[in-house]
Ligand binder design. Structure first.
Ligand SMILES: Cc1cc2nc3c(=O)[nH]c(=O)nc-3n(C[C@H](O)[C@H](O)[C@H](O)COP(=O)(O)OP(=O)(O)OC[C@H]3O[C@@H](n4cnc5c(N)ncnc54)[C@H](O)[C@@H]3O)c2cc1C
Length: 446
């Protein structure tokens, strides 16, 4: 590692290779440099230096992205890693805000907030590793999105460094604000293509008093699909609703020692949070509805038994990863909740026709389905054809081809299934305003 004007930077092979990957299946190239700024001024200096040298700039948080957004695709690049900008700068219990450097890990922030009896809801499954800056750049969401929304709903103010090194702040510290265009919204979900997010002020909430978890096993997927609208109609808004289809359950049976109820075809994990007596009442109502739909119910109220019920849901991704004979193309589509069962049934049909398994799980409460297409090494083209059919199905059901992970490089060839040419032109024109020389993460999204 060397120093450039006091900033840590490296072009050593062992460093640059580590920064040519993220958590997706996308293949990147090793960048020329990787740098680890420790404050906003250092980011600004690095950007000016890189721009003068004609380098492309790839912003990076923790590299847990699932769409290749943080990987260099041009060897004349510098990866600017925010991992050393990891200070929580201010927790304000009176204003219900927190200000952090962009490299703070989501889970670390969550733990710190517990001391103040505060709660930051966006909880991607990667929360123990991913950064708040990465969460903002991908508008990350998690199981609690059904009740609490996604990252966008909590971002109040952003400090960003633009492609000319200028440092600007967008947004503010008030919930209500109508003063011209709200530019911070553009940066949320921009996947590092507009500038580098260096500091974030987030809205936080008081911690809910208690949580109850229910695991409900159903004899068929249709009954599982009926549960959610029925409980919402009873004015019950769960904090999370996760589902597993029969292909997930098959994987659990074959690869783990988790015991499942006999003849289960679909499972729903549901959580309620709030004041103790009111969530107990809500849980009773959910149990009544679930029983009428032939559901078999397990209830957990303390931390450890709740974690136990989450086991089946949490083991799916790692178990699929361990199935070494198969490659995985993972999609994160989202459809309006009313179309969830329709989407699941149609994905199964596409999978049967293509003769390629598709394992589905995800966040039933907000229609977000993780589809894992499992292919043999010689079926890559067939796998991507199947992905295209699933994206077309998603858009026909008024859904989005990415609900969580963003477009990056893995979905850019499908973006026209979702957006018109004119919409893409407008997006590109907006990018030119912030990045006229096209040096900020070029080749991503478009
Ligand atoms: C096991 C696992 C589970 C996951 N579960 C979820 C989930 O439940 N929900 C979900 O939404 N996602 C999930 N993800 C995806 C991923 O964790 C999120 O997209 C996360 O927000 C990425 O954060 P990161 O810090 O790792 O960003 P990176 O992967 O480093 O970068 C992601 C994108 O953001 C850009 N970026 C990063 N930091 C900055 C910055 N400071 N300024 C500007 N641009 C920046 C990068 O250029 C890139 O385009 C999961 C991933 C894994 C591996």
């Amino acid at each position: 590692m060397n120093l450039l004007d006091g900033i840590e930077i490296s072009s050593e092979k062992e460093d640059i290779i580590c920064y040519s990957y993220d958590a997706s299946y996308a293949k990147g190239v090793a960048p020329q440099f990787v740098a680890w700024p420790r404050n906003t001024e250092e980011i600004s200096k690095l950007i000016k230096w890189a721009s003068n040298k004609g380098l492309k700039i790839v912003p990076r948080g923790a590299g847990t992205g699932m769409s290749g957004g943080a990987i260099p695709i041009d060897s004349k690049s510098i990866v600017i890693s925010l991992e050393k900008m990891n200070q929580i700068l201010d927790i304000n219990s009176k204003n219900f805000t927190v200000t952090v450097e962009a490299g703070v890990i989501n889970g670390e922030l969550q733990k710190e907030l517990i001391i103040y009896e505060l709660f930051y809801p966006p909880d991607p499954a990667s929360l123990d590793y991913c950064t708040i800056g990465g969460n903002v750049a991908t508008n990350a969401g998690g199981p609690t999105a059904i009740k609490y929304g996604v990252t966008r709903n909590y971002v109040m103010e952003l400090e960003v460094v633009l492609s000319n090194g200028n440092i600007l702040t967008f947004g503010g510290k008030t919930t209500k604000r109508v003063v011209g265009y709200e530019i911070k919204e553009l940066f949320i979900g921009s996947e590092g293509t507009l500038g580098i997010i260096s500091k974030v002020t987030l809205r936080v909430l008081p911690q809910p008093e208690d949580i109850i978890t229910l695991l409900i096993s159903f004899p068929n997927i249709e009954n599982a699909g009926l549960l959610i609208p029925q409980i919402l109609h009873k004015s019950i808004i769960p904090r999370a609703v996760e589902f597993l289809d029969n292909s997930c359950l098959q994987i659990i049976k074959e690869n783990t020692n988790i015991e499942l109820i006999k003849d289960t075809e679909a499972m729903i994990l549901l959580e309620l949070d709030g004041e103790v007596t009111s969530i107990k009442r809500e849980a009773e109502r959910v149990i009544d509805i679930a029983k009428k739909l032939k559901g078999d119910i397990k209830v957990a109220t303390d931390f450890y038994s709740r974690q136990n019920l989450w086991k089946a849901r949490r083991c799916i991704s790692p178990t699929i990863l361990k199935m070494t004979d198969k490659k995985k193309i993972n999609l994160d589509i989202t459809v309006p909740v009313e179309n969830l069962s329709k989407a699941l049934v149609s994905i199964k049909e596409i999978s049967n026709l293509s003769k390629i398994p598709a394992v589905c799980f995800g966040h039933a409460g907000d229609g977000n389905i993780h589809v894992n297409i499992l292919i043999n090494p010689d079926e890559v083209n067939k796998g991507f054809e199947m992905a295209k059919k699933i994206f077309e199905l998603t858009v026909s059901l008024q859904g989005a081809i990415s609900g969580e992970h963003g477009v990056g490089v893995t979905k850019k060839q499908y973006i026209e299934i979702q957006l018109s040419k004119r919409q893409i032109e407008i997006m590109k024109a907006l990018k030119r305003v912030f990045d006229p020389k096209d040096i900020m993460n070029p080749g991503k999204i478009f």
